[in-house]
Design a protein around this ligand. Structure first.
Ligand SMILES: *Cc1c(COP(=O)(O)O)cnc(C)c1O
Length: 500
């Protein structure tokens, strides 16, 4: 086949390739978050070809492009069979966040249609994904976050005792992202069914791996549509469905609930608009890739990949438990876990998880730092480091385990930066700038916010972000400043990245 590309186009693609070279490696298991590598080169090629075939299609209108509806039907059929929901219906969305947003919007509208008035409440453990905080903000619900225990777990009664007529939706996770805790779905859903409250199970990360996670001898507690009171489930195709980014499924029990997800209008002078999702015109690329991967893998393919994740996760968690001064938080379910300091050993043997992550990073592996959190009841969840294991991990396991161990040896006994130390260590310019703002720290304008970032030595220079070599001090800083202020500074930092 001769290429239709001119010399100029080839140059443009070379530029793109050069830009990509600066990105975190998306294949090979070096990045233990963000990317989900099946380890199967064929799947990547299959996905790329599927995207190419569907490239010009507009997913907006499945009547003009019936291929879109056909692929979506197949994906929904597969997902609902895996999630024990033979009678459920659903939609392919652009990702976990869109699935979560739509689950909340749908529940709010169903609640209103049933007579709910005033501000509806969204009830969930504090470990629920931040997408639900976004949903509450976008769709004007009150977010009611329930504290969890030190293992990231929540007793069902902590949720059910807060049930009331204003609760439009309770969200539980399978598992929750921060510590991989599997929420008590069955108990919460039973009580919610009695109270007439909708229950969403956020299985964005677990949806395409937990169905094959446990053996028949040691099954997981039921967490999907097998539980009667569960009204919707989200499961990301672009996580353990191994699809490229841009695909997730949202399933609802009952057609009427699904229909409440839609937006339709003929009250404008243009074409009648009927959208199942938030976007209008949209790519069908990720949908096609996800469809092709499901066709290729089938149930047995997913089962094999899940088994590989399981073996690697067991190896990683055992290795971490064996490291003096670190511990795995709680009882993780699925191919992910959080690691914290083991406070039960003497101080000089403790390992701070963020210093550890920085040291692991110098060895070429990227872990994800999670800040600590003071919950609404005053209890404190410690800062942790998150690892997500994918099938590719098994092929690089010895290197990973040795990096985890030697990194811990390097930073053992180095204490975490305390909030007081961090604040005391801030440059004088920052303190002065902050003092000048007084109590207005959550209403900074862009000039004030970027001045604060600059005084911290952060910000944008020469078109790129200035970020510290080590992330632990930055996370400690995040934790020590008031949340609205850090949120505003993060907005300024990220917004600056795309400013021409
Ligand atoms: C990833 C994730 C989400 C959000 O999904 P995106 O695809 O990143 O938008 C929601 N919930 C859980 C549990 C997740 O792991």
């Amino acid at each position: 086949m001769t290429s239709a590309l001119s010399g100029r186009s080839a140059e443009i693609l070379a530029t793109l390739t050069r830009l990509r070279a600066a990105d975190a490696p998306t294949r090979g298991g070096r990045v233990l978050s963000y990317v989900y590598d099946s380890g199967l080169a064929e799947l990547d090629e299959l996905a790329a070809e599927a995207i190419r075939i569907m490239q010009p299609v507009n997913g907006l209108d499945p009547t003009a492009f019936p291929s879109v509806a056909a692929m979506e039907r197949d994906i929904v059929r597969f997902a609902r069979r895996m999630l024990h929901g033979d009678d459920v219906v659903g939609t392919v969305t652009s990702g976990g966040t869109e699935s979560c947003l739509l689950a909340v919007k749908t529940a709010r509208d169903v609640w209103r249609a049933a007579g709910g008035t005033g501000t509806p409440r969204l009830l969930a453990p504090v470990t629920v994904h931040a997408a639900f905080s976004k949903a509450a903000q976008y769709f004007d619900l009150e977010l009611d976050l329930v504290p969890v225990d030190a293992g990231g777990e929540v007793g069902p009664e902590c949720l059910t005792e807060r049930f009331g007529p204003d609760v439009a939706l309770v969200v539980v996770s399978a598992p929750a992202y921060p510590h991989a805790s599997l929420d008590p779905v069955a108990q919460v859903a039973a009580a919610a069914a009695d109270a007439g409250i909708a229950v969403h199970v956020d299985a964005c990360i677990g949806g395409f791996v937990l169905p094959w996670w446990a053996g028949d001898a040691d099954p997981l507690p039921a967490w999907d549509f097998a539980v009667e009171g569960v009204t919707s489930v989200s499961a990301d195709l672009h996580k353990f469905g191994y699809a490229p980014k841009g695909a997730s499924v949202l399933l609802h029990r009952g057609r009427d609930r699904h229909r409440a997800q839609y937006f339709a209008t003929r009250r404008w002078p243009g074409y009648p608009v009927v959208n199942a999702t938030m976007l209008g015109s949209k790519s069908a690329g990720a949908l096609a890739a996800a469809w092709a991967i499901i066709e290729r893998l089938g149930e047995s393919g997913f089962a094999e990949l899940a088994a590989s994740c399981r073996r690697s996760t067991d190896a990683v968690t055992a290795a971490v438990q064996a490291i003096d001064g670190l511990r795995v938080v709680g009882s993780p379910v699925g191919p992910l876990c959080a690691v914290a300091t083991d406070d039960s050993v003497q101080e000089d043997r403790r390992v701070d998880p963020h210093h550890w992550a920085d040291s692991v990073r110098q060895r070429g592996w990227l872990l994800q730092l999670q800040p600590g959190l003071v919950q609404s009841d005053g209890t404190r969840l410690p800062h942790t480091t998150h690892l997500t294991i994918t099938p590719v991990t098994e092929s690089v396991l010895p290197g990973l385990l040795s990096a985890l161990t030697s990194a811990a040896d390097e930073v053992r006994g180095v204490s975490a930066a305390s909030a007081a130390d961090v604040v005391a260590g801030l440059p004088a310019g920052f303190g002065d700038a902050l003092a000048a703002l007084g109590t207005r720290t959550d209403q900074l304008d862009s000039a004030e916010a970027s001045a604060l970032l600059n005084s911290l030595g952060l910000g944008i220079r020469d078109g790129g972000p200035v970020l510290p070599e080590r992330m632990a001090p930055l996370l400690a800083l995040l934790e020590s400043l008031p949340a609205p202020l850090t949120e505003r500074l993060l907005v300024e930092l990220l917004a600056g990245l795309t400013e021409p």
